[in-house]
Design a protein around this ligand. Structure first.
Ligand SMILES: *Cc1c(COP(=O)(O)O)cnc(C)c1O
Length: 357
């Protein structure tokens, strides 16, 4: 605490990311990174950009990257906004689109960065409880609001809702922006991006993606939003009032190559989904109760073993998962899907823990 902090800083409770431990020999299943590397084409592109051109500023518009994303998703480049990780994109979305007279709505159990941005920017929010099976119930979002945001699939639950539900919600929500955070969409969830194609693109739907999860580039920091050109123009105004160059030359080059390598994404996502199915079966055979997941993580609890204790016991044995000390979910563990080998090690270790308890 310092008396030189501005009043807003004194009120902040910053987001706490999952730890990035320096210990060796560790099974790291706590921050939903990909267990597989990025596209080799992305690495080659980054290497190629590592030259004297780094003395020059990067393209402030990330135009080549916008075009690559537009090509991949059948959109116009004017429908694409780029940021330094989707966390930065989300920050601009909160300030630029969701700071309104009415409160913004999001689930009570969701990505914990949303309330942090609200505090930072002085945005009123109201949380809407998930249903009894931890599902998002879109019919509960129909009150007047300054915007609606949720991830699909939701985090940390991993549960998705069908696109049809989002279409119905959008049809009823005409006067504020609906933001779908699709950070984990590539592991078996229907994307809302097709709704944005062509001249029927809705004025108030924004879809946010990241290259940190399925494209295995968390270390590069690239995210994007797609939507109506007028929404994107608003975000550009915020971005250009904050940082003209959010993406460096290496990040732009790597991201373009990664976006163009759809085959790598599909192959690695398919492997993650296979490992997920096997892990869920094995854990449930041990008595775990696992929410249906279409993410690269699962949310699971054991009726006879407390979440906090399991978390610590795994940690003591060199396996790091995520545990949230929040109401309704403190008995759960969020476990990132790793390789088959990591998955086997996890199951073996859990068997030991259960046997010794
Ligand atoms: C990981 C994650 C993000 C942020 O990813 P970046 O690394 O900042 O691109 C955004 N939303 C959700 C729900 C996430 O889990």
């Amino acid at each position: 605490m310092s008396r030189f902090w501005s009043p807003v800083v004194q009120t902040l409770t910053p987001y706490v990311p999952g730890e990035q431990p320096q210990m060796q020999r560790l099974v790291k299943l706590n921050t939903n990174e990909s267990p597989y590397g990025p596209s080799p084409r992305a690495l080659a592109a980054i290497n190629q950009q590592t030259n004297n051109d780094l003395r020059l500023y990067p393209d402030p518009e990330s135009a080549t990257l916008k075009q690559a994303i537009a090509n991949l998703h059948g959109l116009d480049p004017k429908q694409v906004f780029i940021g330094n990780g989707s966390d930065e994109v989300l920050a601009h979305v909160f300030l630029g689109l969701l700071k309104q007279k009415d409160a913004v709505l999001f689930p009570d159990i969701t990505y914990s960065f949303y309330p942090v941005y609200c505090k930072l920017f002085g945005i009123e929010y109201k949380t809407i409880p998930l249903g009894s099976e931890f599902e998002i119930q879109t019919t509960n979002y129909q009150a007047p609001n300054g915007g609606i945001i949720f991830p699909n699939p939701n985090a940390p639950t991993g549960r998705a809702i069908p696109r049809k539900d989002i279409e119905v919600l959008l049809a009823k929500n005409k006067d504020s922006v609906l933001v779908i955070d699709e950070a984990y969409v590539d592991y078996g969830t229907e994307s809302c991006i097709p709704m944005l194609r062509g001249k029927d693109c809705p004025e108030n739907l924004l879809v946010v993606h990241t290259l940190s999860k399925s494209r295995a580039l968390a270390g590069l920091r690239v995210g994007f939003a797609v939507g109506h050109p007028a929404l994107i123009e608003g975000l550009e105004r915020v971005k250009n009032s904050f940082n003209s160059y959010p993406l460096g030359r290496l990040a732009q080059a790597g991201a373009v190559a990664a976006i163009e390598d759809q085959k790598h994404l599909e192959e690695t996502s398919a492997k993650v989904m296979q490992t997920r199915a096997r892990l869920v079966k094995e854990l449930n055979a041990l008595g775990f109760d696992t929410l249906p997941s279409t993410a690269n993580f699962i949310f699971t609890r054991h009726p006879k073993h407390a979440g906090a204790k399991l978390y610590q016991a795994l940690r003591d044995r060199g396996i790091i998962v995520r545990h949230f000390k929040s109401p309704r979910i403190e008995e759960f563990l969020r476990i990132t899907i790793g390789t088959d080998e990591q998955s086997n090690e996890l199951v073996t270790t859990i068997k030991e823990i259960l046997a010794s308890a």
